[in-house]
Ligand binder design. Structure first.
Ligand code: DQA
Length: 146
């Protein structure tokens, strides 16, 4: 079984970017940890990060064609703005977990609304990098139970 992790804009700057909000781990460190955990859980995990909306939409189309088994996505700021991302995600029938490092509901009003929240399987927000581990465990559970 194969899981795709997607990170949107500015998440390549984790570790340097507002560490008081997003923590000190880099995306590379988060991904290495996820890869190790996936290995133990017996699933494949692949990673994609882009700062470009269209590139993420293209990736979602690719996942659709590949019949991916599960998706975890932190869409960054596109969470709050991208109808294109929402429309692309509507293609997917596998479990999808939306992740935010920070608690988007505790922050500025424009972050409270997620254009994905009502179409994903679940949302994890405010648990820091551990949210990615939670998403992996949840996806593996969902895949094994289906
Ligand atoms: C974020 C929250 C978004 O509002 C923000 O634009 C991000 C990161 C998070 O992980 O907390 O880039 O998705």
């Amino acid at each position: 079984k194969k899981i795709q992790a997607i990170n949107g804009p500015n998440l390549n700057m984790l570790g340097k970017r507002e560490p008081e909000i997003y923590g000190s781990l880099t995306l590379d460190e988060i991904n290495k940890d996820l890869a190790q955990k996936a290995l133990k859980l017996g699933v494949d995990i692949v990673f994609f990060q882009s700062n470009h909306e269209g590139a993420i939409v293209d990736k979602i189309h690719e996942m659709f064609e590949d019949n991916i088994d599960g998706i975890m996505i932190n869409p960054g700021a596109f969470t709050h703005t991208s109808v294109a991302l929402r429309d692309a995600m509507l293609l997917m029938s596998c479990p999808v977990i939306e992740i935010h490092l920070s608690n988007i509901h505790k922050r500025e009003a424009f972050r409270h609304k997620s254009l994905l929240a009502d179409i994903v399987t679940g949302q994890i927000t405010g648990c820091g990098p551990y949210g990615y581990t939670m998403a992996l465990n949840a996806l593996v559970n969902m895949i094994n139970e289906s």
